[in-house]
Design a protein around this ligand. Structure first.
Ligand code: SF4
Ligand code: SF4
Length: 423
């Protein structure tokens, strides 16, 4: 297998956005009457399900499908389950959706189930995995995990997004408190926080060393932070966690601080919304809120063939439905008008070389994609470095033939994992 390093970076020309000076407070979206929770487990008809239609549920209650499930979601409202169904995402990954009808008399301030939280990773993971920002508590709770460094991502990793910057600027005290808890539960040797180099940031948290990151995309990608600021090269097929480095959003750190202070879970997620005209807004929405409720609040009309993207413009994935819910890790949602969606094609590669020039991991993308198009995933990994890809999306952005390179790469990695799991 080829193991490439990132020492031969070319010079991409896209720049991150800074949060606007004088930015507005995020608009709060009212808690809808029906929320949709996604459980990362598929329905198994051979097992007896613990969750039933019409079952009453409490705010803050953990919901698992089976006795032996390790997956759970935490219910953001009191009410009852009105539907349980199969849910498939755009990569074909199957999970389960629960529709929760909120009790009518409930206000968003109604009390949540209290937990008895102790400052250890296993306890945090038992109750707080779905906090806004999705802290990587499962990884911390893994007994073989070695946590050397935690990086709080105050610099958003995709273009046009500002959720992380907003939280990093506005919740320094909470970030300090959350970082203290993180240190306690993980015993991490070092905690740092990335901040865009051009962001006016008067005072960093005491608990974390501030790293100023370049405005040039994809400098805020984990592999680039490792290389540029922590002096590490991420080997092909490995994750930062394999090197003892864990990335966590500032929102997750704030959520942890709040959870330990109140002994309850929070449910309000901050999301950057990028509308059809490119207007950027921030909202606070309860986890489980269908995106349609947010679009209605902003008067955004979704027409046939418009595109809804979960995530930023370079790394986001398209969803097929306005009912897709806000989840613990939903930082950004983009709505693209059908008129401006860049056309993709099944044209053949014209060998212009632009993808190879722009790739920060020096992958021969033009050759790689031929193997991916032919479903030769193992060869794509062994001969053309599929697993060195840091998923920045620059190759697809640059492609003269408009080949959906990024989709091929994502699908290729997904299929490779499946093949290896089956083997
Ligand atoms: S997404 Fe494309 S440009 Fe980015 S690292 Fe992967 S192959 Fe290279
Ligand atoms: S950018 Fe597109 S057309 Fe050009 S070499 Fe790469 S895959 Fe081929």
């Amino acid at each position: 297998m080829i193991k490439r390093s990132f020492f031969t970076l070319s010079k991409p020309k896209l720049h991150y956005s800074l949060i606007e000076p004088g930015y507005k407070e995020p608009e709060s979206i009212p808690v809808p009457s029906d929320l949709i929770l996604l459980l990362n487990e598929s329905i198994d008809n051979k097992k007896e399900m613990l969750l039933k239609k019409d079952q009453a549920v409490e705010k803050g209650e953990k919901l698992s499908m089976y006795e032996d499930s390790s997956e759970y979601v935490v219910c953001p409202v009191s009410g009852k389950i009105t539907d349980i169904d199969i849910y498939s995402d755009s990569m074909g990954k199957v999970s389960t959706s629960l529709i929760i009808k909120k009790e009518q008399i409930q206000s968003s301030d109604s009390p949540s189930t209290a937990y008895d939280l102790t400052e250890d990773a296993a306890c945090a993971d038992r109750f707080l995995r779905n906090l806004p920002g999705a802290p990587p508590l499962r990884a911390f709770a893994n007994s073989s995990a070695k946590v050397d460094t935690i990086v709080i991502t105050g610099a958003d990793s995709d273009l046009s997004c500002c959720t992380c910057q907003y939280v990093a600027l506005n919740y320094i005290d909470k970030i300090n408190a959350g970082a203290k808890i993180l240190k306690q539960i993980t015993k991490a040797g070092k905690i740092c926080m990335t901040i865009p180099e051009q962001l006016h940031y008067p005072e960093g948290p005491d608990m974390a060393q501030v790293i100023r990151t370049s405005m040039v995309y994809p400098s805020n990608q984990p592999a680039m932070i490792l290389k540029d600021h922590l002096g590490m090269v991420l080997p092909a097929g490995q994750t930062p966690e394999d090197l003892g480095v864990y990335f966590i959003s500032p929102e997750a750190v704030v959520s942890l601080a709040n959870a330990y202070e109140t002994q309850t879970a929070g449910f309000e997620k901050i999301v950057t919304i990028i509308g059809k005209q490119g207007l950027v807004s921030c909202v606070k929405a309860t986890i489980g809120t269908p995106l349609k409720k947010i679009f209605d609040t902003f008067g955004i009309q979704i027409n046939e063939q418009d595109r809804i993207i979960i995530g930023g413009p370079m790394q986001g994935v398209t969803t097929f439905t306005q009912d897709h819910p806000v989840q613990a890790d939903t930082d950004t949602v983009i709505i693209q008008d059908r008129e401006i969606i860049p056309e993709l094609s099944d044209n053949a590669c014209v060998n212009c070389g632009r993808c190879v020039q722009i790739c920060p991991a020096s992958i021969p993308v033009n050759l790689l994609v031929r193997y991916l198009e032919a479903d030769h995933y193992e060869e794509a990994a062994d001969k053309f470095d599929l697993e060195s890809c840091i998923e920045c999306g620059l190759c697809a952005y640059a492609c003269l033939a408009r080949i959906p390179l990024f989709q091929y790469i994502k699908l290729g990695k997904h299929e490779l994992l499946k093949l290896r799991a089956d083997a």
